[in-house]
Design a protein around this ligand. Structure first.
Ligand SMILES: [Zn+2]
Length: 65
């Protein structure tokens, strides 16, 4: 399974600060712009971005379950 690349929804940055114990509702701060989201929000965003990319790449052949 491919790892989801998490990016900042605000600036697209890929570096984040977060507590050492990372839970779904842990605050994650973008190092670049200071945007704060929970881990769950970032993963959700990244998942949608990945699905959009796949749809663009494979078009009608990509059928999400
Ligand atoms: Zn950012």
């Amino acid at each position: 399974m491919a790892q989801i690349q998490i990016k900042c929804p605000n600036c697209g940055g890929e570096q984040f600060k977060h507590p050492s114990e990372l839970k779904n509702d842990s605050p994650v701060t973008c190092v670049n712009c200071g945007e704060v989201r929970t881990r769950a929000q970032l993963v959700d965003h990244a998942t949608k971005q990945t699905q959009e990319l796949l749809k663009r790449k494979f078009g009608d052949r990509f059928k999400p379950k």
